[in-house]
Design a protein around this ligand. Sequence first.
Ligand code: ATP
Ligand code: MG
Length: 449
Amino acid sequence: MRLSRYFLPVLRDVPKEAEIVSHRLMLRAGMIRQQASGLYSWLPIGYKVLMKVQKIIEQEQNRAGAVQLLMPTIQSADLWRESGRYEAYGKEMLRIEDRHEREFLYGPTNEEMITDIFRTYVKSYKDLPLNLYHIQWKFRDEVRPRFGTMRSREFLMKDAYSFDLDEAAAVKAFQRMFVAYLRTFKRMGLVGVPMRADTGPIGGNLSYEFHVLADTGESEVFLDKDLLDKPVPGADTDFFGDLEPIFRDWTSLFAATDEMTTEEAFREAVPADNQLKARGIEVGHIFYFGTKYSEPMKANVTGADGKDTPVHMGSYGIGPTRVVPAIIEASHDENGIVWPVPVAPFEAVLINLKAGDADTDAACDALYEQLSGAGLDMLYDDRDQPAGSKFATADLVGIPYQLIVGPRGLKSGEVEIKHRKTGERETLPLSGAVERLRSLIEPQRMTDI
Ligand code: ATP
Ligand code: MG
C-alpha cells in the first residue's frame, strides 16, 4: 500500500479523554474514531489489524471443529421471553420497537437465537457433536464505557455454541475450545492465561476466562508463573482425540481472578517463588451451562436409546475489538505500538527518504514491487515529507520492520533495516533486502505453530 494513496490520519497530540495507553495509541495511530460514547469507527489501519485478529480466531475455531455462520444483530423479544432472559437482562439491553410496534432488541449475545436454529434442524444424537459460531456485533449499554474499544457499548464478539447429547460429551466440546483458545492467543503474540471463573447461579466448575496480563487490566488475578511460558498444544493436536491430559496439565496450576479466590488461599497454594499477583484483561470466556436454554426452549435430541433429552450446551466468547487494545497494552514502548508480526497492520514499511528524487523513487518503486511479490504485507511511505516525521509515524503505528532507503546509501548500493521492537539497525546491500526481510518475518507469522 502506498501511503500517499492511503488514509492514515495520525494525531500529533495526545487526546485528553484517553486514560490508558492503548486507547491513546489507537487514537494517535489513526486506528479508531469515537462516534459517540462507546461507539467507534475502525479506520483503515485499525480495521486491518482487526481483520488479522479475526482471521486467526476463525482459523483456530475451524481447526477445533467449529462451523461458522452469521446471525443478525437485531433479535425478537419473544425469543428472549422463551428463555426468561428478556425481563432478567436489565438495562444493559438495548430494546427497540419497529414501525408495527413489535419488540426487538440489539443482541448482547446469541444463546437464544442459536438454540432456536438448533431446535429447528437437529433432532438426533447422530448429528452431534455440533459447534456453531459467528463473529458479529453485540450491543451492551455498559454503565461506564471506557478505555476505547476495550469496554465499548457496540463491540465484536466471536461467540461459539456447542451442542452435545450429555455432560460427558459436552466436557469434551469444552476442552476443544479450551485448547483452541490457548492456540488463538498464542498466534496473536499474546499469552492468554486460563483462569477459573464464576459460573454464577448455574454452578459447576466449567468456566474459564482467558486473561492477558497488563497493569491496566480491570481484574485482579493470581497465578502460578509457570503458566506464562508453558508451550501451547501444536497444530497437529487431534481435537477429536483425548484432550483431558492437556486440559488437566493447564488447569492443575493455580490461576484465578479475585472473584474466585482470596490472596491468602493463593499464597497457601502456590510456592513462594512462583506466585504472581497481577492485573488481567478478560479477552475470552468459555462456559458450560448444560440445559439452561435447551430446557425452556425445548431443544431436544433423541439418543441412541430412542429417548428425548434436552441438549447440553456451552458458549465460548472472544472479543476481537477488545483483543486489539489488549495486544497494545502488552506490547508498546514510549514511541508507540510494537505489533507482533501476525497481527501487525503491515509487516514492514519501506521508507523512501527522498521522495521526488528520480533515482531514489526508481529504486524504491522496484523494491516495493519485489517485496510485495515476495508475499510481504508492505506499506510504502512514498510521501514527500521530512525523514523525521516518517520515522515517527512508522514507530507510532508500530510496523515490525522499517526498510530505509535514501540517496546516500543507494550510491554505495546499501539500505538499512530497523527492527521496531529492539531498535536494532542493520545495513545491508540493496540486493539482499528482500531475502533478509523475508527471513526475519516469515518465521514470526506463526501460521503453523
Ligand atoms: P466483562 O466482565 O469484561 O464485562 P463479560 O464477562 O460481560 O465481560 P462475556 O459475556 O463473557 O463478557 O463476553 C465474552 C467476551 O466478549 C469477553 O471475554 C470480552 O472479550 C468481550 N466483551 C464483553 N463485553 C465487552 C465490551 N463491553 N467491550 C468489548 N468487549 C467486550
Ligand atoms: Mg465473561
